[in-house]
Design a protein around this ligand. Structure first.
Ligand code: PLP
Length: 395
């Protein structure tokens, strides 16, 4: 029986969510939801417009792109974007190094689009040279889809290089920026993307319930009639919003109000650069602290995004993850199970409305939890496993 007294923290919760989303939001973001909004009300229409404009500005794309929101979680945004932009009969190449890339393949197959896949192990970055070769060999590939930060592991893919290769071959680039946009710099100039998908929570620290895509207008204009679904048709969603600023179907009004506030706080903090700096400091405190306790990260530091860190399950007879999880949770920190196909692991996020103080507290909670579990020293993994992981990650 775990009995630890939890009190409200600064974000108005009794626990911090060290997860890839939903994540910890500020008290003021939650408070922005304390009123009701009429969906046709001028105030609410202004909120939607403000959010659209702000997202385009953050991505550095202005008028060349349109910001199209859609109800639902991030996956709804991914499915809506793929189904709307990719016409039946067109071939798409997915660059896949984790579960979210695999989900993109599943969606394309399910909605009956032609798909090719380039696959890498979960601890390796997408290789732009392999993309270059694949595009050179197959002129039928019309579009490339890639995940910016593969949240499966927390690995960062090189968007500038991937963007350069895709543009050189005159193909269209769709980026799943769900766990990157808002905290990892990306802009339309250095990465010429045709569509970028993300959501209200994750690095913007809004509440979940809304996804969006920033889409090149000249492509969106060609997308009428492509979509496999009525509610996930971003062309119709865009036309509706352009016509009168209103959503076609009931909008998640409170989610938008919170997102509006979260974007204001994102700007006040100093935008993408400041958020990147805070999350990077969070990651560094976490990684250093956990390593001092004997935990090992899956990824080498060079490719580890400041979003979520994958730790290998310790090889210790008394280490039991569900027990570790419960004790961390009782101490106020919710962590996350692993999603690796080939190794036992768990993940701890560095994103959300929290900083250095909370990350140090999380490490202290991990230390106290190990003591509770009567573990003094975490035995490192057998050397051969370590070596092979490091080799794979740095290739
Ligand atoms: C890169 C990436 N894509 C897509 C998704 C799916 O988002 P959701 O769980 O909100 O549907 C996630 C969620 O973590 C993600 O990290």
């Amino acid at each position: 029986m775990i009995a630890v007294l939890l009190i409200m923290n600064d974000s108005g919760n009794n626990k911090y969510l060290l997860t890839p989303g939903p994540l910890t939001t500020s008290l003021t973001t939650k408070q922005a939801m304390l009123r009701d909004w009429g969906s046709r009300d001028a105030d609410f229409i202004a909120i939607t417009r403000r959010i659209q404009d702000e997202l385009l500005t953050i991505a550095g794309v202005g008028d060349s792109h349109a910001a199209v929101p859609v109800q639902g979680s991030g996956t709804f945004g991914v499915e809506a974007t793929l189904g709307t932009l990719i016409a039946p009969g067109q071939r798409t190449l997915v660059l896949e190094n984790g579960a979210y890339g695999q989900r993109i393949v599943t969606i394309l197959e399910r909605i009956g689009r032609e798909v090719s896949v380039l696959h890498w192990p979960e601890d390796q970055q997408v290789d732009p040279a392999a993309l270059d070769k694949a595009l050179g060999e197959d002129p039928a590939i019309a579009h490339v889809v890639v995940v910016h930060c593969e949240t499966t592991t927390g690995i960062l893919n090189d968007m500038v290089a991937i963007g350069r290769v895709t543009q050189a071959h005159k193909r269209r680039l769709i980026i799943d920026g769900m766990s990157a946009f808002g905290a990892i710099p990306i802009d339309g100039e250095s990465v010429p993307f045709d569509a970028l998908i993300a959501s209200s929570n994750k690095c913007f620290e809004g509440v979940p319930g809304m996804a969006f895509a920033l889409i090149a207008r000249e492509w969106l204009e060609l997308a009428e009639g492509n979509a496999h679904s009525v509610s996930l048709d971003l062309y119709e969603q865009w036309r509706g919003l352009e016509a009168n600023g209103q959503w076609r179907f009931t909008p998640p009004t409170h989610v938008l109000a919170a997102f509006d506030q979260a974007l204001k706080e994102h700007g006040e903090e100093g935008g993408v650069a400041a958020r990147h700096a805070r999350y990077s400091a969070n990651r560094d405190i976490l990684v250093q602290g956990m390593r001092e306790l004997g935990f090992e990260t899956l990824l080498p530091d060079m490719v580890q995004a400041p979003i979520i860190v994958t730790f290998l399950m310790p090889d210790h007879p008394r280490f039991d993850f569900s027990c570790f999880y419960d004790h961390m949770s009782a101490r106020g920190f919710v962590i996350y199970p692993g999603k690796l196909a080939r190794a036992d692991s768990f993940r701890i996020g560095c994103i959300g409305a929290l900083g250095a103080v909370e990350m140090r507290q999380a490490v202290a909670a991990a230390k106290a939890t190990l003591e509770t579990m009567d573990i003094e020293d975490l035995a490192p993994l057998p050397t051969n496993q370590n070596d092979s992981l490091n080799r794979m990650g740095t290739q």
